[in-house]
Design a protein around this ligand. Structure first.
Ligand code: PMP
Length: 333
């Protein structure tokens, strides 16, 4: 039977490419979004979660009734919890309290042990990633079933998962007719893995980072300096440091995208194309439009539609919040 899976994990990946009509006609290019919001956990991070857990199982780090611990903006936690539930692992998820209530509620309803911590910079020992590492190491002293600290930022199983799946899928879905790939970076897993897969097939494919304000990666690509300016309401993307996954990325160029631009694109995609996308997708599509303009008409560009708007309704459909931040509001709100 076609498209019949023996368990939910087999439904991770193999997502469709969807042509973005407005961005394509505006630039006379073919701009496609890879519909990662269709993964069972609702985001691209199901792929990284699966790759990390599979590797740990192969190494024997974790066995049934073991525990997966992770620091996450939410989506990786959701992916790990869904896989954990399917395989018999408990999950402890450490999240900065600044992330949307929607993601926190989703994790709690899935049965994860969610620990909310104040948002602190990476260099601070109270940073959520550092706390998750400490919880994992303390727990591992008191359990026999194994504890996996997923460590998505510096565990390169993450980018290898995208190299083996997302990147290969994009190459075959475009029949190798692709001029550019654009996406934002949180851990760097997507851009490093997809970029490596595409460059291996054709080194001329442009790999471009689309970076939110407040992230230091754009300046790093432009001038090798980790400097950031401004801020963003987007979640799960941007970085103040070069993670082990991002270190693997071959990046040709970068754009810095502000929230105004990203949100306007999100609202138009909702209103005109029926695509209900999360904040990082706005940054990604904005970057794809910029690359299309730079490369010129007739080119094919792929970006990532990471998750859906419903993870962010309390922000991107909250008129008071948007007006306070001087951001655009959807005209039907
Ligand atoms: N978009 C969303 C919504 C995410 O949750 C993440 C991961 N934190 C990303 C984009 C970035 O993906 P990556 O970690 O592979 O760089």
């Amino acid at each position: 039977m076609k498209n019949t899976y023996s368990n939910v994990l087999e439904s991770i990946g193999n997502t469709p490419l969807i042509k973005l009509q407005g961005p394509s006609s505006q630039t006379n290019c073919n701009i496609y979004g890879k519909a990662e919001f269709l993964n069972p956990g609702g985001s691209i991070k199901d792929r990284a979660a699966l790759a990390i857990i599979k590797e740990a199982e192969e190494k024997g780090t974790i066995k049934k009734n073991g525990t997966v611990v992770e620091g996450t903006a939410g989506n990786t936690g959701i992916g790990l919890t869904l896989i954990g539930n399917a395989k018999g692992y408990k999950t402890i998820i450490v999240m900065p309290e600044t992330q949307t209530q929607e993601k926190i509620d989703t994790l709690k309803t899935m049965g994860a042990d969610v620990k909310l911590v104040p948002a602190k910079p990476y260099k601070d020992p109270g940073n959520y990633v550092k706390i998750s590492a400490r919880i994992a190491s303390e727990l591992s002293m008191n359990t026999n079933e194994g504890v996996l600290w997923a460590n998505q930022f510096d565990n390169t199983a993450n980018y290898l998962g995208h190299y083996n799946t997302t990147g290969q899928e994009i190459w075959s879905q475009t029949n190798g007719n692709i001029d550019g790939f654009v996406c934002s970076s949180g851990t760097g897993g997507t851009i490093a893995g997809v970029g490596k897969a595409l460059k291996e097939k054709n080194e001329k494919v442009q790999i471009v980072l689309s970076d939110p304000k407040g992230s230091a990666l754009h300046n790093y690509i432009q001038s090798k300096e980790l400097i950031s300016e401004g801020g963003s309401i987007t979640e799960g993307i941007g970085s103040s440091r070069i993670t082990s996954n991002f270190a693997e990325a071959i990046v040709d160029n970068s754009y810095s995208v502000n929230d105004n631009e990203a949100l306007s694109i999100l609202y138009t995609l909702m209103e005109k194309e029926g695509l209900f996308l999360g904040t990082s997708s706005g940054i990604n599509v904005a970057g794809a439009i910029k690359l299309a303009k730079d490369l010129g008409p007739g080119k094919t560009i792929v970006t990532i539609l990471c998750d859906k708007s419903d993870r962010y309704h309390s922000k991107i459909f909250n008129k008071k919040f948007l007006l306070e931040k001087k951001l655009p509001t959807p005209n039907w709100l």
